[in-house]
Design a protein around this ligand. Structure first.
Ligand SMILES: [Zn+2]
Length: 492
């Protein structure tokens, strides 16, 4: 009896010491001064909001790479560097875009596709411009003018979806271009204008710009269908169109990548990815305080620093599994860096057993950490335990209807089958406190609660250690949308 008691005390004592030492390791490396210095630099005015394609985002990349270097994280990018080149292109919005239909000038225009041209010639009105509208019509070399959307669906979503179909049909029938008279209201038009009427950055198509392709697609605002009605009654239709100042530029942006080998001879074959995007939205409209730099302290200097915190800690106290650190470019332009990464991985994807992504628009509850997808993987239990240890409560996605899980870089990994939640500062709803900073110039380093962030980063790093040291490999919760993708990836 006595022996058993002694043994159990011994085992119990050993377990507490062991657990304690993991916490000690976290406490030994996560410090408020380091966090502050990293966030203040990344979100400084000098980095001008780290917009993809700007010179300043490259300074951020260099800073991150050299911070990893200072921790002894090994480079795993191109030519022995910490950089993975991502080929991108910027489509510059035209400086001038003009359209007249039968001498009636239309002011509100968006160029969806096309290069610099002038066109003065015949046009033909084809109702909604769907397949049936082309029957017995000769559109060769003419401009096709159509109504936006369809009889059933002419809201923003429907109009945009169908614009792809209309372009293909007009092009396929040999038209010179297509003009869509869309019946959007002012606010839908404004958001479309914001989205497509300014410079668009995307992954490079890999093709040289085809200067012989003169096809164009233009949206013209016709909220009350006045213009469409005038055209329908006209006997003949002439169009005068000019596009000026349109440019497509190829450029290279960079993901930052580093690696640390695990300490366990077997488990080191498995990798945990620690990831976050480091780009933000750059310089924009000035706010009431005349601040035009969108610093992106919350979005996503905080995320970068969670990854750097894990790197510093694991470099000093190796975990059983290996670690891959990835800082993505181009998230704000449409998850570009992560999209590129999963199609050009530096290590085989089926060796990546978990992706612990960190991203966030802000917080409104400093007693919590919000994990998008907390309960969707078996690692959820570790994350909850780690948060509790540092006085926080880990909660899952408070607004699943917003589809946040599928709106950050983690989704590209999830689609491949890798369990990939996103770790965010505590938020319980999209309220005024979130909107005050989310994609606003006010999202600067002075506005953060660094005492909370210490707890937040400690909890991330401890979660990372628990997951990376657990002999049991993390996986999707049964029945999850990405469960089957995981089975396939790991051939389970
Ligand atoms: Zn953002």
């Amino acid at each position: 009896m006595k022996k058993i008691i002694t043994l159990s005390i011994l085992i119990g004592g050993f377990l507490t010491t062991y657990a304690q030492s993991e916490v000690d390791k976290v406490n030994a490396t996560v410090s408020k001064s380091t966090i502050e210095s990293q966030i203040y630099f990344l979100a400084s005015d000098e980095l001008k909001g780290r917009e993809t394609g700007s010179p300043e985002i490259d300074i951020a990349a260099s800073y991150i790479a050299n911070t990893l270097r200072s921790y002894n994280v090994k480079p795993i990018g191109e030519n022995g560097s910490y950089y993975q080149n991502v080929a991108m292109e910027k489509k510059k919005a035209p400086t001038a875009l003009k359209l007249r239909l039968n001498n009636q000038s239309i002011e509100d225009l968006i160029l969806l596709d096309g290069q610099n041209i002038t066109y003065n010639g015949n046009a033909i009105f084809l109702n909604y411009g769907l397949e049936e509208d082309y029957k017995d019509k000769d559109v060769q070399g003419k401009v096709v003018v159509v109504k936006g959307g369809s009889e059933k669906s002419n809201d923003l979503r429907g109009s945009y979806r169908l614009s792809v179909v209309k372009k293909a049909l007009a092009k396929g029938h040999g038209a010179r271009g297509v003009v869509e008279l869309v019946t959007l209201d002012d606010s839908s038009w404004a958001s479309m204008q914001h989205y497509l009427g300014s410079d668009v950055v995307q992954l490079s198509s890999g093709k040289e710009v085809d200067n012989t392709d003169k096809f164009f697609q233009i949206w013209a605002k016709d909220t009350n269908s006045d213009k469409a009605n005038t055209i329908v009654s006209a006997k003949a239709l002439k169009a005068n169109i000019s596009i000026e100042g349109r440019k497509i530029e190829q450029f290279t942006s960079r993901n930052v990548v580093g690696v640390l080998e695990g300490s366990d001879p077997k488990l080191k074959e498995e990798y945990i990815i620690y990831s976050a995007h480091y780009d933000h939205i750059g310089v924009g409209k000035p706010n009431a305080e005349n601040d035009s730099i969108y610093n992106g302290a919350r979005d996503n200097a905080i995320g970068v620093v969670t990854v750097l915190s894990a790197a510093q800690n694991i470099a000093k106290y190796p975990t059983k599994r290996s670690s891959l650190f990835i800082l993505f470019t181009g998230e704000e332009k449409g998850l570009l860096g992560s999209n590129w990464y999963v199609n050009h991985p530096v290590l085989p994807l089926n060796k990546m057993v978990f992706c612990f992504n960190s991203d966030g628009g802000g917080y409104n509850d400093t007693s919590k950490a919000t994990i998008i997808g907390l309960n969707r993987t078996s690692a959820g239990e570790h994350i909850k335990k780690a948060a509790t240890n540092f006085g926080l409560t880990a909660i899952d996605d408070p607004a699943p209807e917003q589809g946040l899980f599928d709106r950050s870089d983690n989704v590209h990994f999830a689609k491949k089958g890798i369990p990939a939640p996103t770790y965010c500062p505590g938020f319980t709803s999209f309220d005024a406190e979130i909107n005050k900073y989310y994609h606003q110039a006010a999202d600067n380093p002075d506005s953060l609660n660094y005492d909370y962030l210490v707890q937040f980063f400690q909890s991330y790093v401890l979660s990372a250690r628990l997951i990376a040291n657990d002999v049991k490999t993390p996986f999707w919760t049964k029945g999850d949308k990405y469960y089957d993708a995981g089975k396939k990836l790991y051939a389970k």
